[in-house]
Design a protein around this ligand. Structure first.
Ligand code: PRP
Ligand code: URA
Ligand code: MG
Length: 213
């Protein structure tokens, strides 16, 4: 697995505001979108393109266009939904599939409650969105869904990751033997005893969508 930690002062600035417990839901949502657009710029560096002939007002030239089939973007509900707008702003022609997962907060195992993906993903580039990579169970489960449908090129975009989750993902991907890139804004210190990222930002889904904190 290739790991890319985006080292940019604007990313660090926005991430610090996002982490701050005083940041309210509307601001948290806006910062999430802005951060995703910055991370997606890095994450789409190897998006597949083809040469196209166009005419400018002055001359004919060979330009660049995204290839078909279109890339697939997969937010992991709920919190990943907060990243969708920032991603599709950069790549408006992408198709969108959905996976709904909620972690059982006692066992820390993800439970899948929704899944809407194209049947055949062979030859598709897939971009998975989830702000938090904690134990890695939710992201690994989603990657397994995609690989079972034939995906052969996966990029995951997360805001924060714990070292434990990155390690888990490496092990799962070594078994699956699928090329995967993980793009993150930061790798934090560790998980705490209840599976939260430290220092982290708390529960991303609750902070995005306003449940009690
Ligand atoms: O790496 P893991 O240990 O699996 O934890 C990370 C998952 O936890 C959060 O979702 P949550 O289960 O809280 O659901 P939500 O998005 O509905 O809040 C987060 O958005 C990830 O999907
Ligand atoms: O720190 C964490 C861990 C899992 N899910 C979150 O939303 N935050
Ligand atoms: Mg949550």
């Amino acid at each position: 697995m290739e790991l890319c930690v985006v080292d940019h002062p604007l990313v660090a600035h926005k991430l610090t505001m996002l982490r701050d417990r005083g940041t309210n839901s509307p601001t948290f949502r806006r910062l999430t979108e802005e951060l995703v657009t910055l991370l997606a710029y890095e994450a789409t560096r190897d998006v597949r393109v083809r040469a196209v002939q166009i005419e400018t007002p002055v001359a004919t030239m060979t330009g660049t266009a995204l290839t078909d089939p279109r890339p697939l973007v997969v937010p992991i509900l709920r919190a990943g939904l907060g990243m969708l707008e920032g991603m599709t702003r950069l790549m408006p022609t992408a198709e969108v599939g959905f996976v709904g997962m909620a972690r059982n907060e006692e066992t820390l195992q993800p439970v899948t409650y929704a899944e809407r993906l194209p049947d055949d993903l062979s030859g598709r580039q897939c971009y998975v969105l989830d702000p938090m990579l904690a134990t890695g169970g939710s992201l690994a489960g989603t990657i397994e869904f995609l690989v079972r449908r034939g995906a052969d090129h996966i990029t995951c975009i997360c805001l924060l990751a714990a070292p434990e989750g990155v390690q888990h993902l490496r092990e799962v991907l070594a078994d699956l033997q699928v090329p995967c890139t993980l793009v993150v804004a930061a790798i934090d210190e560790r998980l705490n005893e209840v599976g939260y990222i430290v220092p982290g930002l708390g529960d991303a889904g609750d902070r995005l969508y306003g449940l009690a904190q």
